[in-house]
Design a protein around this ligand. Structure first.
Ligand SMILES: Cc1cc2nc3c(=O)[nH]c(=O)nc-3n(C[C@H](O)[C@H](O)[C@H](O)COP(=O)(O)O)c2cc1C
Ligand SMILES: [Fe+2]
Ligand SMILES: [Fe+2]
Length: 398
């Protein structure tokens, strides 16, 4: 690969992973993912994060190619998750005198994963490391996305090395900077990455955003996805919204779990009524079919959410239960919410969703829309009421 620079002395050293099917063995990667690392060449040299173990060969080759006979003086570890720390042992083998820069929460994890406990250079909030022309300043960003996570601000080029924050799924296929790419594609992959990976840490993301608010930022170099140099306000604005759990658009996500189609009929009926009420963006998802990753991403996007389930062994249908479970710790707020379902004896689907909503502090709108076996006219009328209340809440924001 050709060498790509962020500025005169900062190199992009990222790699594309098109092979892994599931990120963290959990989230689909139909468009792959990039692991980004950066090299600063000054009086002192510093590498900011590394890449995933299986993808380090090309990365190490490019690093050695740029450095030539020079030593690597520092490795800055913003985040210890193995998708970025995977090449640390190889780096310390190649450059045994390297100083490893991290904070007090970094080092126990570094030793735990890689048995490395020497040449540590501990930094805390606001500390500065002088590389010559370039000065690195460190800010802690706990839980965005692990407890040891920090961000590094280089004040000469005004570059923020932001770790997972502002990162995206999707490989960098030619274009590496935001102005070289079509952001329509990355907008969805950014939201999916944020909601799936960082989504539960909205409060912590808010704190990190407050810390960087006063920095003059010309470049954001995240550990996944594009490098930001033109749309910096845009991406920060997205993160503000997402971390406050504010929806981006009017619209309704309807998710259902159904074995024999009765609950699905109710979903279609609700969707038609929503449409008659003027709601244009309506997405119906079969929880058994569409991976939760995409459903969660759309839940972040739209301000309406209606969940339905067939009763299943006294509870909700497994695919719905699994989605509710994933959403449980994500503290989704500010959504106009409804429930529906079908059962044949003691119920369980509707009840389970209701209990989940209570814990999530989401208030269901409309009456209890639960059909006994196949939905009849009365059941559809209840579905209408749920749909109309959700539509009204969307059309008449408080
Ligand atoms: C494996 C299985 C478990 C079920 N468990 C319950 C239950 O615990 N309570 C209940 O009221 N109905 C239960 N039912 C009945 C279905 O929930 C009911 O027939 C419903 O109308 C099916 O909706 P669907 O067509 O959307 O799948 C169960 C059905 C199956 C196949
Ligand atoms: Fe991470
Ligand atoms: Fe990551």
């Amino acid at each position: 690969m050709k060498h790509v620079k962020l500025s005169d002395d900062i190199y992009y050293l990222g790699v594309n992973d098109r092979r892994t099917h599931l990120f963290e063995n959990a989230w689909p990667l139909p468009n792959g993912v990039a692991y980004n690392s950066y090299l600063i060449v000054d009086e002192k040299t510093a590498l900011v994060d590394t890449v995933e173990y299986g993808h380090m060969e090309d990365f190490l080759q490019r690093l050695e190619d740029i450095l030539g006979e020079r030593q690597l003086d520092y490795l800055v570890i913003n985040h210890m998750e193995p998708d970025h720390s995977g090449a640390i042992r190889q780096i310390t083998n190649l450059y045994p005198d390297i100083q490893i820069v991290g904070n007090k929460k970094t080092f126990p994890i570094l030793e735990g994963f890689y048995g490395i406990s020497q040449n540590l250079y501990e930094v805390s909030e606001g500390d500065m490391l002088d590389l010559g022309k370039h000065k690195l300043n460190f800010y802690m960003a706990p839980m965005v996305h692990w407890p040891e996570t920090m961000v590094t601000y280089e004040s000469t080029t005004k570059t923020l090395f932001s770790a997972d924050a502002f990162g995206s799924f999707g490989t960098l296929d030619g274009g590496i900077f935001d102005d070289e790419l079509n952001l329509n594609f990355f907008e969805d992959e950014l939201r999916r990455y944020y909601s799936n990976i960082v989504g539960k840490y909205g409060n912590q993301t808010q704190k990190a955003l407050a810390k960087i608010a006063d920095l003059d930022i010309k470049l954001i170099a995240a550990t996944h996805g594009p490098i930001w140099r033109c749309h910096i306000d845009w991406i920060i604005e997205k993160y503000q919204k997402w971390s406050l759990y504010e929806a981006e658009e009017d619209g309704v996500v309807i998710v259902f779990g159904s074995m024999y189609g009765n609950t699905e009929k109710m979903a279609d009926h609700i969707a038609r009524t929503l449409s008659e009420q003027g709601i244009k963006d309506i997405r119906i998802y079969d929880a058994s079919k569409t991976h939760a990753s995409y459903i969660i991403s759309d839940i972040w996007k739209y301000n309406g959410l209606i969940i339905g389930s067939a009763a299943y062994n006294g509870g909700a249908f497994p695919a719905v239960t699994s989605l509710l479970d994933k959403l449980k710790n994500m503290y989704v707020k500010n959504r106009h919410f409804g429930i529906f379902g079908s059962s044949s004896w003691g119920g369980g689907g509707h009840r389970t969703i209701q209990k989940w909503a209570e814990e999530a502090k989401l208030e269901p709108l409309g009456p209890k829309a639960e059909a006994r076996c196949a939905p009849n006219d009365d059941d559809f009328a209840l579905c209408d009421e749920v749909a109309i209340e959700v539509a009204n809440a969307i059309k008449n924001p408080k």
